[in-house]
Design a protein around this ligand. Structure first.
Ligand SMILES: [Zn+2]
Length: 299
């Protein structure tokens, strides 16, 4: 049996966030500041809402609990996650606790989090990757409007993450004909967006990548990348090297094309600071990624 899960409602393309009909009495959850989200909310034309803007990057379970407590008994109709991955993850977890529906609107594209059953929440200062069907959005809105003003560095890291996820997801042993279809289409669109300078296509490509890898998995490239994350390298940046090396190792059909994308985005190779033996000891227990890699990985 094969299974693919996607949000109940997906609105995407130009003006998707402007034309969407938002429920009244929603709680907008965001990581940004009012000068930015006031403009976003104005564009969205949303009425009768409250804003919670105290979510910080790498949100903790304490943040989730605090929001739940603050709005207890307030008869909210829905949560609206508006921002980067952190706001979306907080909404996902809150919705699981309270059964209040969630609308997810990514403004930094790349993770595809609006499409997946994954959430990253910190417990005791440790980031934990969680998966739960209840994390799936009731509605996801993907609108290139939010791209404007995104710094080049964030844009290219996100683009690289989306392309890495699509190609690793395609090669994943957990893949099925439908996830491969999404991953393949996602990579084609992301490649066109990056190589031919069409950034407005990135959100749609990242969205398809989210459906594809979110229903299969990422593999060796992502497994390798976390040692660099721990050394302070941005996720997408680390993948430019790690996924290239992983695709070469796996003899992936995407090796050359992924490498060209990274060259176009002008990534320099990442350099490991810790001893390689120590890094390998961190990577090897990551069975979630390594067991789904198409080629067995030894230390
Ligand atoms: Zn990723």
């Amino acid at each position: 049996m094969w299974k693919v899960m996607i949000p109940k409602k997906i609105a995407f393309g130009e003006n998707a966030a402007r034309d969407f009909e938002y429920p009244k009495n929603s709680l907008v959850i965001t990581t940004t500041t009012s000068d930015i989200y006031d403009r976003w909310l104005g564009y969205m034309g949303i009425k009768n809402y409250e804003v919670y803007d105290k979510v910080t990057p790498d949100p903790s379970i304490e943040t989730v609990e605090a929001i739940k407590k603050e709005y207890d008994g307030r008869d909210l109709s829905s949560y609206i996650g508006l921002g980067g991955g952190s706001s979306l993850d907080v909404c996902k977890y809150l919705s699981k606790l309270t059964n209040i529906p969630k609308i997810l609107i990514p403004t930094t594209f790349g993770t595809g989090a609006e499409m997946t059953t994954y959430a990253v929440i910190s417990f005791d200062h440790r980031k934990k990757l969680l998966q739960d069907e209840r994390f799936l959005a009731d509605a996801a809105i993907v609108d290139p409007y939010f791209l404007s003003g995104t710094p080049f560095n964030i844009m290219r890291n996100s683009a690289c993450d989306a392309a890495a996820q699509a190609s690793e997801g395609y090669d994943s042993k957990l893949g099925n004909p439908l996830t491969k279809l999404f991953c393949k289409e996602a990579f084609d669109i992301l490649e066109d967006a990056i190589i031919n300078d069409k950034p407005h296509l990135l959100p749609y490509g990242a969205m398809l990548s989210g459906i594809g890898f979110g229903n299969s998995s990422t593999t060796l490239g992502h497994a390798l990348s976390y040692v660099f994350s721990n050394e302070g390298v941005a996720h997408g940046y680390a993948l430019s090297s790690c996924t290239t090396v992983a695709h070469e190792f796996n003899k992936s059909a995407y090796y050359e094309r992924f490498k060209k994308i990274c060259q176009k985005l002008k990534f320099e190779p990442v350099v490991l600071k810790q001893p390689i033996d120590q890094a390998a000891d961190i990577i090897m227990p990551d069975r979630g990624h390594l067991d789904n890699n198409p080629v067995p990985v030894t230390k």
